[in-house]
Design a binder for this molecule. Sequence first.
Ligand code: ADP
Ligand code: MG
Length: 613
Amino acid sequence: MDGVVARDGRAASRFALLAASSRLLLMPPIRPLSPELVNQIAAGEVIERPASVVKELAENSLDAGARRIDIEVEQGGMRLIRVRDDGAGIAADELPLALAPHATSKIASFDDLTRVASMGFRGEALASIASVSRMSIASRRAADAQGARIENGTTRPAAHPVGTSIEVRDLFHAVPARRKFLRSDRTEFGHIDELVRSLALARPEVEFRLVHNGRPIRMLKPAADEAAQLQRAGELLGDAFAQACLRIDHAAAGLALRGWIGLPTASRAQADQQYFHVNGRLVRDKSVAHAVRQAYEDVLYHGRHPAFVLFLELDPAGVDVNVHPAKREVRFRDARLVHDFLYHALHDAVAHTRAGESAATPAPAGAGSAGAGYPAVPFRQFGLGVREAPADPYAALLGRRDASTMAEPLRMPEPEAGEAPPLGYALAQLAGIYILAENAQGLVLVDMHAAHERVTYEKLKAARDANQVRSQHLLVPEAIAVSEREAAAAEEYAEILAAYGMELDRSGPRQVTARRIPALLDGADAAQLARDVLAELAEHGNSRKLEELQNELLSTMACHGSVRAHRRLTIPEMNALLREMEATERSGQCNHGRPTWTQLSVAELDKLFLRGR
Ligand code: ADP
Ligand code: MG
């Protein structure tokens, strides 16, 4: 019986479809859309989910100069979103206007559009939200004796402190099609929480409170100083970031950049912790992403992404924020200038992560940091009296002989009497891989291969940039079997190779002869080095930008020049490496973004041994 009805029903609807399609040939007359429909269509663009409502309301609060924003939601925001602020408020007679489409107090002319400093200006958010929910607004300005409330189109006097409260109930109740796309309460609340955290990050001077189903979730006090701001950043990005980041504060050419960037060791597999704000607005921008990638190029593995929280301030006339309905994208008037400014600011900061200087490690403190009651161990007790090692190829690797020939000789700071250098003095070598050293904080552990690779890389780079890579004749030229492509690469890139201190002559269809290698790599296996470098050139020479390729070449070469694991080092050799690290840019990470050293403080050691003090 049911089946018959169903079949009949289907037949009937097929008929309706046919009728409808034939009607299509006879187009209905053109009519203006009802204002309600216009708003609902606009809402489709701007209001995707409850978090979008919170975003629009909270941004309005910020535009109204709020110092405190309370956000209360129920059932992931689907049942209720209430945003209260202590901002400027809305005049009673303007309440209906606030809800009218394309009504805004923020711009009056097209000209204004080119210098908006506020978060909103399209004047469509409130109207859109109201068209897909039950909305009420209550507000009072400081100048008014009494507040007012608008609900269902009527405005009535109402008690309200200075500021504005907007309630949004039953979002999408009239648009079931959109309701279907929403996820669980938890997921929707997750989006709201993420949004609130990112707003709180962008506006540290504002207090934020977020409550879900009556439970307080975030209570963020205004962050007045840098330390409090970093704490907020930690709350958003996690402690790992807060503990391994660098402070950025840089201004030039009318641009100012501040914030924090994660050290390469705090890099991520996804670009999920990248918060870039332009005049207080969180945005995504391709040229920004590119500048960041370039700045980290030397210190990150391919496929790793740095974490950062950055705030760029510039004249609002220099940036067009009117290119995206949800205002997530911007267009810079002078994109090149912004790109280069960012690149230099970040690149310099990353370059200055010298060992012992990074924010990730406690600054080398003077007396007293060893902890009260801890017998300070005199550094010189540990083998530093050992005689200088005899001339050793390793000494050359460390640059002691070569330092004089470099364009910019790397300084080797001599510790002042009684004062330990940041990375301290070597005690011993462990497992043929690690150097153990003692500094003012306690124990320093160094991955000697990674550290030396970084030192060699920076030296080669400095020498190359100064066109002064010194090369060294091989006493016995070495014939090396390579692939045909690699042999061809040796011919094609002879000039580049020469700039790196290498001479590899093609001596057969599948053979090259190595005659010179960089002096810095003295002692390296020439055949292996040549093969790797040629493979690199043959593989990428055509497809990549020369600059990129060259740094990769350097890193390949540095790897060959570096001490291999399981090589026994003398104490003076170890100390020489520690001093080199202190003097080398970016020595906190190896070329692949792995850390080169770490610190175990006396307090941490005490914890290991449950030694209470
Ligand atoms: P827009 O923000 O693009 O101007 P909205 O629809 O979001 O458009 O808001 C319309 C107007 O309502 C704003 O221009 C502002 O004058 C007023 N308004 C909205 N929210 C607030 C608030 N929290 N405090 C004061 N005024 C507000
Ligand atoms: Mg707005």
